[in-house]
Ligand binder design. Structure first.
Ligand code: DAH
Length: 346
């Protein structure tokens, strides 16, 4: 009778049989159905059962084995279905997009300027933002009493915190200082573009800021002429603002160039017919330029009888305003994502 009870116990167990993984299921199969498994053992015991009980117990045993196999197969199918589902996942599908940051409009424009000039042989040069008077003013032919050197226009750096002694260390007020750095460290021919941040002691408003960005250009070689300067600037303007763009050079004054000029482009907003941006004139000023003053060449150790050169400097914010019509300078440094996101596609 022990066999009968054993069969009934196993039947109850098989009914409750559960597995959480394919491995667990396999160990259940071994436990019950393998050569040494519990059900197989019962079949061995069955041989010793008296003949009159064989019929009943034989049927029960067969039922037990069948039920166990059915249950194991059921569980197996469940695992296989899950596995098939996992395999159905399309691993080649592009993932959900990660929210990317955007390029800052000033970086976009600066890189475009760099790109345009690099196509005519200019390479990038950089210099320090904390500079000395010599490189920012002295070697660039600024007279000792020039108003740009005034505290009202230039930020001076205190050598000792809180002690306002006269100092010649300052935050550069223009990128022309990189010219003097390059000219004193390289021999002509020199053809460099110097992008960077500059600082001026200005009250912050929609139209002025205490820091902004410039790109300086410098070309020194034998026989460089004003016509070369004009051609380079015309090429730049057309590349930057479109092939229909015209330029105009007006005489001006900078201590470090002689002759000097300011350059206007035909207003790219109204196409030169006159609008509020160009104040009805059809022209907008975008840069200062000129032939490098022989005094500057000499101060930097370049023979002004052998070499000549041109220089130009432009404000990146100004060019960006023209390209993207940003009316308030403060937007460039406030990091408002609603402003910055507008340049996602640029
Ligand atoms: N440094 C001038 C400024 O900040 C811009 C400038 C004008 C640069 C004429 C030049 C130049 O190289 O030739 O206003």
């Amino acid at each position: 009778m022990a066999l009968k009870e054993n069969i009934q116990t196993l039947l109850a167990q098989v009914d409750q049989m559960k597995a959480t993984s394919a491995e667990e299921l396999e160990s259940l199969r071994i436990k019950y159905l393998s050569k040494k498994g519990e059900i197989t053992t019962l079949f061995n015991e069955f041989r010793t059962v008296p003949n009159d009980q064989k019929r009943e117990l034989g049927q029960m045993l067969n039922q037990l084995r069948q039920q166990t196999e059915t249950r194991i197969n059921e569980l197996k199918e469940q695992f296989e279905a899950k596995k098939a589902e996992a395999e159905r996942l399309d691993l080649t599908r592009t993932p959900d997009p990660i929210a990317l940051g955007t390029r800052h409009p000033l970086s976009l424009v600066r890189e475009e300027i760099e790109d345009i000039f690099s196509r005519i042989g200019f390479t990038i040069a950089q210099g320090p933002e904390v500079e000395d008077d010599k490189h920012v003013y002295g070697m660039l032919n600024f007279a000792p009493e020039h108003p740009a050197r005034d505290m009202q226009d230039t930020f001076f750096v205190e050598k000792e915190i809180g002690v306002q002694k006269p100092t010649d260390i300052l935050l550069r007020s223009h990128t022309s200082s990189v010219q003097t750095r390059v000219m004193t460290s390289q021999k002509p021919p020199i053809r460099v573009l110097c992008p960077g941040r500059v600082y001026r002691n200005e009250a912050i408003s929609a139209r002025a800021h205490c820091f902004f960005h410039q790109v300086e250009g410098l070309y020194i070689d034998k026989n460089v002429s004003f016509a070369d300067l004009r051609e380079a600037l015309l090429y730049f303007s057309k590349e930057m603002f479109g092939p229909e763009t015209k330029i105009r050079l007006r005489p001006s004054y900078f201590p470090f160039t002689e002759p000097s000029a300011e350059m206007d482009i035909s207003c790219n907003i109204c196409g030169g017919t006159g609008c509020s941006f160009c104040k009805g004139t059809g022209w907008v000023e975008i840069l200062g330029c000129g032939m490098v003053d022989p005094n500057v060449l000499e101060a930097c150790g370049i023979d002004s009888k052998e070499y000549s050169g041109y220089a130009f400097g432009m404000g990146v914010e100004r060019i960006t305003n023209l390209k993207y019509r940003v009316k308030d300078l403060r937007l460039f440094s406030e990091n408002d994502v609603r402003f910055l996101r507008q340049f996602e596609a640029c």
